[in-house]
Design a protein around this ligand. Structure first.
Ligand code: FES
Length: 360
């Protein structure tokens, strides 16, 4: 818990508009228990949440899902974000989003589009997404985004089936006119845990991909920004997950629960507040879930006496719970964690088995 005068302002809001999605990605980051369509927040509540977020200091709203285009009121939601003064980023699969709808969204004030592309090879991309023809539709929509003059980010989730094609993905993003590519290795929470053995790359593959990203950054400097989320399981130190718990961002679920990170519901002891009953400011300042791991008082050894505790904040709380069984433990990916050997054992389990697709 931090003293009220040292509480930072959040910068980003992830608005999970719906859990509905046409794709079946084996690494889906949505929770295992999905919110029903009938429980989704309405347009007016989202508009209020955006105004409250702007009042808290939030600058950007990421309109996410599921597939946000499954919402018929998406243009009204984009307009509400613009009226609240937020920079809006649409995170889309591009499946189910027509060029006509995209035009309407641009007119409503949309600022940026991020399209997930599963692989540079179309057949493999469709296989990973569990949706025939997805890749063609994604490329076509990317062209429309660029034609409208909207900045485009391509998101590539990396795992064993596509890790050899990081360079080809950057080339594809360039050819589509993207100004940024996000290369994010699978994080093993939620549905991805069910497919961990089928998705896990080898250490050699990961080291090669990380080195390749550095080379590509130099090669394409000034042409495209390459952001990379490093793979946890082969790291020596943990990542400062979500920039530190309750420090930089909020996630609002389709039904209005506010989470400090997208996976926080895996930690059973946490109590989340809902925007239907509380203002976003109250939730940020006072909700039990946001205060659970703020600051450093909650830490155990080796984090408690670690020189990096204000830099990595002990790593990821969700991963600590999922692997060590204790959300207050050091993230087991840290080589100083007493549970680190478990991460090495889990990374060594790789099986060429069919994906367990997520059909929603
Ligand atoms: Fe929840 Fe890392 S995903 S803290």
């Amino acid at each position: 818990m931090l003293a009220p005068d040292s509480l930072p302002n959040p910068l980003g809001l992830l608005a999970e508009l719906t859990h509905r999605c046409p794709l079946g990605c084996p690494y889906c980051s949505n929770p295992l228990a999905l919110d029903k369509r009938s429980d989704e927040l309405d347009t007016a509540t989202w508009a209020r949440v955006f105004h409250e977020a702007a009042g808290l200091g939030v600058l950007q709203v990421h309109l996410s899902g599921g597939e946000p285009a499954a919402r018929r009121d998406l243009a009204a939601i984009v307009k509400a974000a613009r009226e609240a003064g937020l920079y809006s980023n649409l995170i889309t699969s591009a499946v189910g989003l027509t060029s006509q709808t995209l035009n309407t969204l641009a007119d409503a004030g949309l600022d940026h589009v991020q399209i997930s592309i599963q692989d540079s090879e179309e057949k493999s991309a469709d296989h990973i997404a569990g949706y025939d023809g997805a890749s063609t539709r994604k490329r076509a929509l990317a062209a429309e985004v660029v034609k409208l003059g909207l900045p485009l980010t391509v998101n590539m989730v990396v795992h064993r089936a596509n890790i050899a094609r990081v360079e080809a993905m950057v080339e594809l993003a360039l050819s589509l006119g993207a100004s940024r590519i996000e290369i994010a290795h699978v994080q093993y929470y939620g549905w991805a845990l069910k497919n961990r053995a089928a998705l896990m790359p080898t250490r050699e593959q990961v080291e090669q991909a990380v080195a390749q990203v550095e080379t590509l950054r130099k090669k394409h400097h000034g042409q495209i920004v390459i952001d990379a989320v490093v793979p946890d399981y082969y790291a020596r130190f943990p990542k400062p997950c979500v920039g530190g718990w309750g420090r930089r961002s909020l996630n609002v679920t389709p039904a209005g629960k506010v989470l400090p990170c997208h996976a926080a519901e895996v930690i059973p002891e946490l109590e989340f507040w809902n925007v239907r009953e509380h203002s976003l400011g109250d939730i940020w300042r006072s909700s039990p879930a946001f205060n659970a791991f703020r600051g450093t008082d909650w830490m155990q050894e080796p984090c408690k006496s670690c020189a990096l505790k204000e830099k990595d904040f002990g790593g990821c709380r969700c991963q600590a719970f999922l692997i060590a069984g204790d959300a207050r433990a050091a993230d087991p990916v840290c080589h100083l964690s007493p549970h680190h050997a478990m991460v090495e054992q889990l990374a060594a389990v790789r099986e060429d088995i069919p994906y367990n697709y997520r059909h929603i």
